[in-house]
Design a binder for this molecule. Structure first.
Ligand code: GLN
Length: 394
């Protein structure tokens, strides 16, 4: 085992400055703590129930059929065709599989590859906050300057004047995540049109993480930024199989964009990862071809869990912000008078046996998140039953 002094020496001598800026993911750390304390993991957002049988069988068959070597770097042709067909079917958007689609290792790679593909050090990138944790390190690794724009509770809307103020001639991109993690907000057409106007006025690109597109409640509708007039060729649309098909461990995602932008994304992607798992792309053809009923069932399934989670958290003393989409609940802990989010979450995992994510990991300034804790609910009924029993200990 290396000594502490060697560690320090190595950090100073060998570890790049860019790695000093970023810290370990709190979300992933909470998953490890959940295992350590044998806690119910309501931290990292992934389902604990089975993935659809038909998709699993398609993956098994692909391996048995020897689809086991590299796919084309930017994605196997049948999978790119399936992606194009899905966007035509759901949004009437047309993509050229040869020039506008890049398959990558999850939307996590899609986001960093897109940012690396379009930003130069010093370019400004606008991020709504609270934001999904990865957007922080992603932009730091690109040495972009970040401008944060607040989504105001309780309905998590941005203020138009504040957003306009964040744009400048140096703005290269704005990151949009709707339905959003962690707040569950869903941008409506009016908000999207306002962002679109600013992108065009300041000649900026929208990078949209649309991974929760099918997880919507109470009649909320997902509108891809690309379908807003003027935005088709100035948007990079990112999505993945993870959430819609309950296969977060497969790491299969995609980036859609105009040919010149795609060419740049493909170059970065190629040298980062070469490609996503070939047999899982083959199974993706089956997944993306599932009938519309599947998507309705997904939304219904998560709505039941959202309602259940909101009611049990409320009963336990939290003030919940009810999400319109995605599968997280932001819960206000100020009523407990038990310290900040980090202290609260530590006690929750160690004493109560439930892992959650401290709100501060979704804000540029931790102070802004001190009253919030995020719980995720893509879980089996038994898991939620156990969480409910443990919440009584609060
Ligand atoms: N998106 C999920 C979350 O916010 C998981 C992200 C991840 O760990 N890759 O919890």
């Amino acid at each position: 085992m290396a000594s502490a002094s060697t560690d320090l020496l190595h950090r100073e001598r060998f570890c790049a400055k860019r790695t000093h800026l970023i810290t370990e993911s709190v979300i992933r750390e909470m998953s490890r703590l959940a295992t350590k304390h044998n806690a119910v993991n309501l931290a990292q957002g992934f389902p604990d129930f089975a993935a659809p049988q038909i998709i699993k069988e398609a993956a098994q068959k692909a391996i048995a059929d020897d689809i086991n070597q590299y796919a084309i770097t930017w994605g196997a042709k049948p999978f790119r065709d399936a992606i194009a067909a899905k966007y035509r079917r759901h949004y009437n958007l047309d993509f050229d599989p040869e020039r506008e689609i890049t398959v990558c290792c999850g939307s996590t790679e899609g986001m960093i590859a897109s940012l690396l593909a379009i930003t130069n050090p010093g370019d400004e990138v606008i991020i709504f906050e609270p934001f999904y944790e990865n957007f922080g390190p992603d932009t730091m690794l690109c040495q972009a300057e970040r401008k944060f724009v607040t989504l105001h509770a309780p309905d998590w809307k941005f203020d138009k004047a504040e957003l306009r103020k964040a744009f400048s001639p140096k703005t290269k991109a704005i990151i949009i995540n709707s339905p959003g993690n962690p707040t569950g907000h869903v941008l409506d057409r009016e908000q999207l049109e306002y962002i679109a106007e600013l992108c065009q006025e300041f000649d900026a690109i929208a990078i949209t993480d649309e991974i929760y597109e099918h997880i919507l409640y109470d009649g909320a509708k997902h509108i891809p930024m690309m379908s807003i007039p003027g935005m088709r060729d100035r948007t990079l649309l990112i999505n993945s199989m993870s959430k819609t098909y309950a296969v977060t461990g497969w790491r299969v995602g995609w980036v859609l964009g105009a040919p010149d932008l795609t060419q740049s994304v493909r170059k970065v992607h190629d040298f980062l990862t070469v490609g996503a798992a070939a047999p899982l792309q083959a199974a993706g053809v089956t997944a993306l071809g599932l009938p519309d009923d599947y998507y309705t069932e997904v939304a219904d399934h998560y709505r039941d869990r959202r309602d259940r989670m909101a009611s049990m958290l409320t009963k336990a003393g939290f003030r919940c912000s009810i999400p319109k989409g995605a599968y997280y609940i932001m819960a206000d802990i100020s009523g407990f008078n038990r310290g900040d989010d980090v202290t609260f979450v530590k006690d929750l995992v160690e004493r109560v046996g439930i892992a959650a994510v401290p709100g501060s990991s979704f804000f540029s300034n931790p102070e802004l998140g001190k009253d919030w804790v995020r719980f995720c609910f893509p879980k089996k009924n038994e898991t939620l039953d156990e969480a409910e029993r443990r919440l009584a200990k609060l």
